[in-house]
Ligand binder design. Structure first.
Ligand code: FES
Length: 98
């Protein structure tokens, strides 16, 4: 194993887990579209290699989903919708200047 420093300033984990209606899950809320929208906005801002947007499995708080966590800043976003993408980008912009 090789240990190193994370290469991204911000790494977003977008939970896309779907339980097929068995119980509430992030995948019920169109999270693949959410991930794609965030990724497109980060690309448009030239943040490739700085901000990473990844799909995630269950983050453990399904009832509050769709959930996104941002590391290493430890920011947790719940009940996220596509309409929240501008706010998420604003949060990332603020993190870029820190
Ligand atoms: S399904 Fe997203 S937190 Fe569990």
């Amino acid at each position: 194993m090789k240990q190193c420093i994370a290469p991204y300033k911000c790494h977003l984990f977008v939970c896309i887990k779907s339980r097929g209606g068995e119980k509430k899950s992030c995948g019920d809320g169109g999270t693949p579209d959410l991930k794609a929208a965030i990724k497109a906005e980060t690309k448009n801002r030239g943040w490739k290699g700085i901000v990473r947007v990844s799909e995630s499995g269950c983050l453990g708080v399904c009832a509050a989903g769709p959930n996104i966590m941002i590391y290493p800043q430890k920011i947790w976003l719940s009940e996220v919708t596509l309409e929240d993408v501008p706010k998420i980008i604003q949060i990332l912009e603020e993190l870029m200047v820190e």
